[in-house]
Design a protein. Structure first.
Length: 469
């Protein structure tokens, strides 16, 4: 009997990257040859949706395999509990060396001192930097060592929350989506370059007889939109898309002076940052090839959520969970098990990735994990997976908001305010709600039932404790 070797795992995890930023997903303004090559090498999950429209809860769900309701983490600013099992913690018990490099965002970053060692969360190695350039952390210390004369050029403005906590900033450069500018230091000193360099270094140092699990946590293309000029010059401005706004949608006051040319500036900078991540992906793939590990490595490329980029009159992210926010790229390559070039059109969720990776490692999925392994879908043993996908958002002072999406419809229900329903076949950009139209009354009932069942699965974790009287 042939001995089973547990594979290495590399998760390439970007921040705020829309599904439509990859060439293989139809984007034509800037080449993404390495992401596209990864898609050809393995499988492309064409309909993958995240469980929360903002960073921290989406990431918590992703690495725990649990929905936000089960974790009780529904918005940013909530610390991930140390006693909640995580994918790296489970793998560590099976002999894996585990590493987190770059952004993790399991702790609120605005009110902590980034000079202090981070919490471990099952990782052996933590080279953490949740925000590029605004704190004294692993990234700025790296720049200080390799190019101290350019440290000021990588500095960025503090997030507003950090200012509220009394932190002092190093820079006053803008940090919003509609305020792009050029990176002021060498391209080799961006946060993206830092994550690539540190991840390659980690991979090269690993013992061939010990499997590893590594998360390469890229901050890009999350704003501030400050790519190096050389990447801006790669973008074909004539092929940039402009924002799509419905007739009944209100444009944010801060964006009312945005012209088409200004939106092209923002989109150009956004895609330029994607292009640098793509270069990083190429370096990571080459690093694995040089070790001769490609057959024995599971590679996942995905993001925590998308970006409005002017769509619906908004920027950044948030509810009601439009596809530009919740629909993310998701590529999975494992040459030993997944045929090259497979495209999966079934609905999938980010919460499904953790049990999938355990499946490929020959490790049972714990009872508390709520995602479902994608192995059968990825390998072509089935073409179906889920009937509906769930996105949640809730905070201490905000109302609960829930979105359920099927192949044909999207339904949004806030605790306060009006329900929304979008007919995705007739209105793929979700520009006009049909929630109040009599012709959709039966669909509304069906989607409400989908939401109830989805919330029950998410919130009612496990079975009740039952014992003898």
């Amino acid at each position: 009997m042939k001995a089973f070797r547990r594979p290495n795992i590399l998760v390439i995890y970007t921040d705020q990257q829309r599904w439509d930023t990859l060439g293989c997903n139809g984007q034509r303004a800037v080449p993404t040859p390495n992401m596209d090559a990864l898609a050809r090498m393995g499988a492309r999950l064409d309909e993958c949706y995240v469980q929360n429209p903002v960073c921290a809860p989406s990431r918590a769900s992703f690495l725990s395999g649990q929905y936000c309701s089960a974790l009780r983490i529904g918005t940013n600013g909530v610390r991930f509990p140390e006693d909640v099992p995580t994918l790296p913690g489970i793998l560590k018990a099976y002999g894996y060396t585990t590493a987190q490099i770059g952004k993790l965002h399991f702790e609120p970053h605005s009110r902590r001192d980034h000079r202090d060692p981070p919490l471990r969360y099952g990782f052996d190695i933590m080279i953490q930097s949740d925000e590029p350039g605004c704190y004294d952390d692993a990234y700025t210390k790296w720049v200080e060592r390799v190019a101290p004369e350019q440290l000021d050029g990588v500095r960025t403005m503090l997030p507003p929350a950090a200012v509220m906590w009394g932190k002092k900033g190093y820079s006053d450069v803008p940090r919003n989506t509609h305020e792009p500018y050029c990176f002021a230091a060498d391209a080799s000193l961006t946060h993206t370059a830092f994550v690539t360099a540190q991840t390659c270094d980690f991979i090269r140092r690993q013992d061939k007889n010990t499997p590893y699990f590594c998360v390469a946590g890229y901050y890009a293309p999350h704003p501030p939109l400050n790519p190096p000029r050389e990447y801006i010059e790669r973008v074909d401005r004539s092929k940039l898309r402009l924002p799509v706004v419905g007739e009944e949608e209100a444009v944010s006051p801060a964006l009312r002076d945005m012209t088409d040319e200004k939106w092209r500036d923002a989109a150009c900078a956004y895609l330029a940052m994607v292009a640098q991540v793509d270069d990083g992906v190429g370096e990571l793939l080459e690093c694995i090839r040089q070790r001769g590990d490609m057959e024995d490595t599971v590679i996942v490329f995905t993001s925590d959520h998308g970006e409005f980029l002017g769509d619906h009159g908004r920027i950044q992210k948030g509810m009601p969970g439009h596809d530009c926010i919740t629909h993310v790229p998701c590529l999975v390559a494992y040459p030993r098990m997944i045929s090259a070039g497979r495209v999966c059109g079934a609905l999938t969720e980010a919460v499904d990735i953790a049990p999938t990776l355990l499946d490929y490692c020959g490790i049972q999925t714990p009872s508390f994990m709520q995602g479902q392994s994608l192995a059968a879908l990825l390998e072509g043993r089935t073409d179906v997976h889920k009937e509906a996908v769930l996105t949640e958002y809730f905070g201490e002072h905000g109302d609960r908001q829930t979105t359920v999406r099927t192949e044909k419809y999207k339904y949004y229900c806030p605790e306060q305010g009006a329900e929304l329903l979008f007919d995705l076949k007739k209105d793929p950009n979700e520009l006009r709600s049909v929630a109040g139209e009599p012709a959709y009354a039966a669909v509304m009932s069906e989607m409400r039932l989908h939401m109830l069942r989805a919330v029950q699965r998410a919130a009612y974790q496990g079975l009740p404790r039952i014992d003898e009287y």
